[in-house]
Design a protein around this ligand. Structure first.
Ligand SMILES: Cc1ncc(COP(=O)(O)O)c(C=O)c1O
Length: 457
């Protein structure tokens, strides 16, 4: 039986009515990838309020690596409901918070002593990572990368790279943030090619201490091990060890932002493990909570302890339901072998992507790390001019055919895959078939009639 089942026009009447209420009641700021309202969800499937069933390749932007409402997570949340809900860790502590901190300390790379702070969102984790790094180093500045996304609060907007729609109109942002090129090989900032480039971009960090900010003023370098919103770019294998070596030389902390790439997404608990690098601090969120809001900063114990008593915290951070859900989700990753599953999904996507690249010239690049994979779409593979409009059309076609996807990239020309790792083979193949049909549809839509006839034959 097909996973996708559409039996009304979409959006259906119930979704349209809800959208009218939404428009009247909610500011236009929050964006929707699809205009249908959810009724229920399970595994890798979402049913809307008109009874249409969709395959979910977006996972609520990477928050559902263990799937929608896995029974084990559901049971852990229900069991916690029977004990207590909010207490506030700063008022009356509870075991779930400590148990999750212990778990993350053990999972994060590095054999040194670690501690974990729990907060509510990815942006809040980044805010706290900056606070902790400043408290420890007593230095103000932070170095980040082109195409980075670290959140929507004021400090994290300063760390974030993309101007529209994230930053424009919300200035001014907190200062002492400096930006250098990322190892985005498909669009190298220096026009070079890997490996003959010798990772010139990583060397830009040393150069930054002459051109941008003195090394003595820098608290931390913050990097996503795989760019998330920036387009699922995974740097070459030596990139982060060079960055770390430069950080060590100058007494600067290295912070890995694993909000999107962490918690099994790439086939490891943390994507930075692929690079054999041990960050001083790691931020995680999204799939950490197993579907509930939760985020963490995990790091070297002595750095985490730099902020004084009362200097870190918040009313809801690490609330009991989210901790119970997170512990059950981490158990599930282990029990279901989701690290291996992520790697497997990544391989399958890559082989499809490479076939598409031969078939559809608009598929400029196929890339990713494990189940964090993507295709970058271009108008012409020779010029690599970004094809943002075509990308929008592909996402629209997918939605109209029951596949929920989201795009990414500074130029809005990347289709990214964040499918729940519990997706079945049949469901995954069905989703890939829709994506392939979308590529075929959008590729041929722009061709002149004569060419179209040949391409169809
Ligand atoms: C790498 C990264 N960091 C930080 C954030 C911000 O997380 P949140 O939206 O939970 O604040 C995101 C969100 O997409 C992200 O991908």
């Amino acid at each position: 039986m097909k996973a996708i089942h559409l039996h009304t026009e979409i959006p259906g009447p119930n979704s349209r009515a809800l959208m009218q209420r939404r428009e009247a009641a909610v500011p236009r700021g929050p964006y929707h990838a699809t205009p249908v309202f959810a009724a229920r969800s399970e595994g890798a499937l979402i049913e809307d309020v008109d009874g249409n069933r969709y395959l979910d390749f977006a996972g609520g932007i990477g928050c559902l690596n263990t799937g929608h409402r896995p029974p084990e997570v559901d049971a852990a949340i229900r069991a916690q409901l029977d004990k207590y809900l909010h207490l506030c860790f700063s008022v009356t502590p509870y075991e779930g918070y400590v148990a999750l901190a212990e778990r993350l300390n053990a999972l994060a790379p590095g054999k040194f002593a670690k501690k974990t702070l729990l907060v509510n969102s990815g942006a809040e984790a980044l805010e706290n990572a900056v606070k902790i790094a400043r408290a420890f180093t007593r230095c103000p500045a932070v170095i980040v990368f082109n195409d980075a996304f670290h959140g929507r609060t004021m400090m994290t907007l300063s760390l974030t790279s993309k101007t529209h729609p994230y930053k424009a109109g919300f200035e001014p942002f907190p200062g002492d943030v400096y930006r250098i090129p990322y190892a985005y090989c498909y669009r190298c900032s220096y026009g070079l090619t890997y490996p003959s480039c010798k990772l010139a971009c990583a060397g830009a960090l040393e150069d930054a201490f002459k051109r941008l900010v003195s090394s003595e003023s820098v608290a931390a370098v913050i990097a996503e091990p795989v760019l998330g919103e920036g387009g699922f770019v995974a740097p070459p294998k030596e990139f982060f060890s060079i960055i770390l070596e430069i950080c060590r030389k100058h007494g600067i902390l290295f912070i890995a932002d694993e909000v999107q790439s962490g918690i099994a997404r790439t086939g490891k608990y943390f994507a930075i493990e692929h690079y054999g690098v041990e960050p001083d601090l790691i931020t995680s969120a999204k799939s950490l909570g197993g579907g509930l809001p939760l985020a963490a900063v995990t790091g070297r114990a002595e750095i985490m302890d730099a902020a004084g008593v009362g200097g870190l915290g918040g009313t809801f951070g690490g609330n009991p339901l989210s901790c119970a859900s997170a512990l059950a989700a981490l158990d599930l990753i282990e029990k279901e072998g989701l690290l291996a599953r992520s790697a497997d999904l990544g391989r399958r996507f890559e082989s499809h992507g490479q076939a598409w690249q031969k078939q559809f010239p608009m598929v400029g690049d196929v890339r990713g790390l494990g189940g964090m994979c993507a295709i970058e779409l271009v108008k012409d593979p020779a010029t690599r001019e970004p094809a943002a409009d075509a990308t929008k059309k592909i996402a629209q076609y997918c939605y109209e055919h029951g596949l929920i996807t989201i795009t990414a990239g500074t130029y809005g020309n990347v289709m990214r895959i964040l499918v729940p790792l519990v997706v079945t083979d049949e469901q995954f193949n069905e989703g890939l078939d829709v994506l392939e049909a979308a590529l075929a549809h959008v590729s041929t839509a722009g061709l002149p009639r004569k060419q179209l006839a040949t391409s169809k034959s």
